[in-house]
Design a protein around this ligand. Structure first.
Ligand SMILES: [Zn+2]
Length: 421
């Protein structure tokens, strides 16, 4: 069983007048091998186990149901929800547009853009299909319980996001119900309450077996987590449904490779596991996924190709489409995967949108393994960024965007000579 835990923060966020629950994750991983490292930190889940035995005669009942086609209700406006305001992190000389480098890039593009040849990253088998999802608002014996209507709306709004990101190829068919349990709301009772509501939901189900359960416990515990086929959710929020569902996407189709890790970011020399505000696998309520996550899910395939640049390649120019652009430009790619060899994390370049304006992003595929499903944002920039010996330089010619990836210029003293001394 896999558990990924997202703890609701107790302290407020610094440097921000708006406070929001922060999250951090946890996983218990006894039965799981080769898991991405993001799924393996944090606190012990043992005190969560509680009493999982449903005693004979303990019954619950479905007290409300919402069909997938019922109208959505508004999610309560969350005054507390924080969004990231990312800072651009360009190289110091990036905005001097008359540098010889940017002039030569424009000249090169003008003469060669039409006929350059590039390599493509391997295609990834896409996550597709329709998954029956059961969203349940536990109604506790002492009167606590999240709104069934809001639970259904949040789950279906999250479903729409996944459907849109996958270009309609991956869908949650959401059935929502409120189920009354004969227990008072407590962390200790949560496990058996969940067992009971799943049993009741399954027995009332006439369609295909549910591939995922989104169970809202109305703050019976102060964090969210997800494992196997179940997301354990404190309150019915779209972002929480997207995020916790994202951790178990693969389990919903029995392919671990699609279980998403977190969207982190390197900021001020530190790694923030939930720091990439341009991806909902962070702590922020974004409505999209970054290039690493879209590549892992195989969902770039319908939009276009990802190019590949290998370390050692000469400087190469790529015509770029924004990651989420509706229309593909001829000859453009949706990003570039930089393969840095077997022992280094894969690096991705992409164009995203921030406040309606294009920004350029470098992400690492974050985790222990080559096929890890976490992402770590290295930088967001507007024109030029050097990372680990590679320079990424963006230029726009006739409303088309190009990035030139170049290896570091050789220094005047060749490295080989230095090594021999
Ligand atoms: Zn998480």
């Amino acid at each position: 069983m896999t558990d990924v835990k997202d703890k609701v923060e107790k302290a407020s966020v610094k440097n921000n007048s708006i406070n929001k629950p922060k999250t951090s994750d946890n996983t218990s991983q006894q039965d799981r091998k080769n898991k991405p490292e993001e799924f393996s930190e944090c606190e012990d889940l043992s005190d969560l186990q509680g009493d999982s035995e449903i005693a004979p005669g303990e019954e619950g009942e479905i007290i409300a149901e919402i069909s997938p086609d019922d109208p959505l209700v508004e999610e309560e406006t969350e005054q507390t929800e924080e969004t990231e305001t990312p800072q651009l992190d360009d190289d110091a000389d990036a905005f001097q547009d008359n540098t010889s480098s940017s002039q030569s890039l424009k000249a090169k593009i003008a003469t060669t853009a039409a006929n350059y040849t590039i390599k493509y990253a391997p295609d990834v088998k896409p996550l597709t299909g329709v998954v029956p999802v059961c969203a349940i608002a536990i109604q506790w014996a002492d009167g606590h319980g999240a709104s069934v209507a809001k639970t259904g709306s949040a789950a279906r709004s999250a479903a729409r996001v996944y459907e849109s990101l996958s270009d309609g190829q991956y869908k949650w068919r959401v059935k929502t119900m409120g189920i009354k349990v004969p227990y008072n709301r407590s962390r200790h009772n949560l496990n058996k309450a969940e067992q009971l509501v799943k049993k009741i939901a399954d027995s009332s189900n006439r369609g295909p077996k549910y591939g995922m359960y989104l169970i809202v416990n109305d703050n019976a515990k102060d964090f969210n987590n997800a494992g196997t086929d179940t997301a354990h959710i404190s309150s019915p929020k779209v972002h929480t449904m997207e995020h916790e569902g994202g951790h178990i996407l693969g389990n919903s189709v029995k392919e671990d490779r699609y279980n998403l890790g977190h969207a982190g970011a390197y900021k001020d020399g530190k790694y923030e596991e939930y720091g990439d505000g341009l991806d909902f696998m962070s702590k922020y309520p974004a409505s999209t996924l970054n290039i690493v996550h879209q590549y892992v899910l195989g969902w770039i395939a319908w939009k276009g190709k990802v190019a590949q640049y290998d370390i050692g390649d000469p400087a190469t120019v790529y015509k770029i489409d924004s990651l989420n652009a509706k229309i593909s430009k001829e000859g453009a790619v949706r990003g570039v995967l930089v393969d840095r060899g077997p022992s280094e994390k894969q690096l991705f370049f992409s164009e995203m949108s921030m406040n309606g304006k294009p920004v350029y992003a470098l992400h690492l595929r974050q985790g222990k393994n080559k096929d890890a499903t976490g992402s770590g944002r290295i930088a967001l920039f507007g024109k030029k960024k050097t990372y680990d010996g590679l320079t990424f330089e963006v230029t726009t010619v006739n409303e088309e965007t190009f990035v030139k990836i170049s290896p570091e210029e050789p220094t005047s003293a060749p490295k080989a000579t230095l090594k021999m001394r």
